[in-house]
Design a protein around this ligand. Structure first.
Ligand code: GLU
Length: 305
């Protein structure tokens, strides 16, 4: 298949859509992104990669970090996670408080904010003051790229404006589902969200999720096959908040978005994909990025269904 030609076709097709939707502004530092930026990378398990657009441009991975935090937690805590975070789609926005109140502070899944905050709390308990460094190192290892850093400007901006995340953490603490200081746990969470990477690095970081947990380039075992299955299942059912059904319906691949404008998607046994375009739809998912992935599955025929 001529993947480069497919990417170029997608770039042409989505050009009129760039700038539609809105860049996130509730984290002030994200508001500086250019709504017309676009990049896309395909990384095949055979080692080949294909790119279109601003592939060098780094952006904060935001909620895509929830996938990597949950991978670490699954490896460390196995079944003990489920009493604190469930694995059901929420059908609610990523930062909603309502469901959490009537479900006794137990988040629906690890890919909405409260779920990821509980996972951050578990990692904070386990790693102590090196939680932030341990998550970054895990991510660098999946990319096999140790130049990846945390963008402290984004971190500070989110830390200073994270009112809803403080509210979520406090509510869960009142139910006994946050064990550390709110500040410490949110510090871990905000740092993970502020990891900065480009589409080439992001696609590379999730390549093992297309290959039963083994990095096909280095042969490192990053996740066991059972956990890899679970991560992909969660990305399919919960990876796009209250638009997860719509994403599965239109794209037909497991995927995870972030409010920075990035999305990763997995074609099992074939490739990982990363796309970037910072203008978001009403659900907080990249507008053009989602469309680019839909076109990709249409043109390539690669879908899990
Ligand atoms: N850091 C963001 C927040 O907590 C993550 C949300 C997202 O990427 O969807 O609000």
């Amino acid at each position: 298949m001529n993947y480069q030609a497919i990417l170029e076709q997608i770039q042409t097709d989505i050009a009129p859509l760039l700038g539609q939707g809105r860049v996130a502004t509730y984290i002030p530092a994200l508001a500086c992104a250019n709504p017309k930026d676009f990049a896309m990378t395909l990384h095949l398990v055979n080692g080949e990669s294909y790119h279109a657009g601003l592939v060098e441009k780094r952006f904060s991975i935001q909620s895509i970090s929830k996938v990597f935090m949950y991978c670490i937690a699954l490896s460390l805590f196995e079944e003990n996670i489920y009493e604190r975070v469930r694995v059901e789609p929420s059908g609610n926005p990523f930062n909603s408080l309502i469901q959490l109140e009537y479900e006794n502070g137990i988040p629906r899944n690890p890919f909405i904010n409260p779920g990821a905050i509980v996972v951050a709390d578990m990692l904070t308990s386990y790693f102590g003051s090196s939680a932030e460094e341990s998550i970054l190192h895990y991510f660098q290892n999946t990319c096999d790229d140790f130049t990846i850093t945390i963008d402290k400007e984004i971190f500070n901006s989110e830390h200073n404006s994270g009112y809803r995340n403080y509210a979520l953490a406090n509510l869960m603490k009142s139910f006994g589902n946050i064990h550390n200081d709110i500040e410490k746990t949110l510090d871990t969470y905000f740092n993970a969200c502020s990891i900065s990477a480009n589409t080439a690095q992001l696609a590379r970081s999730s390549l093992h999720l297309a290959n039963n947990g083994i990095d096909p380039i280095t042969a490192n075992i990053l996740l066991n096959p059972e956990h890899t299955k679970r991560i992909n299942a969660l990305m399919l059912t919960c990876g796009h908040y209250d638009a997860s059904g719509e994403f599965a319906y239109r794209v037909g691949l497991p995927g995870k978005s972030g409010v920075g404008g990035g999305i990763i998607a997995i074609v099992p046994n074939i490739m990982s994909i990363a796309v970037y375009s910072p203008a978001l739809n009403v659900h907080g998912n990249s507008f053009a990025g989602t469309k680019a992935l839909e076109l990709f599955t249409q043109y390539s025929g690669h879908t899990i269904f």
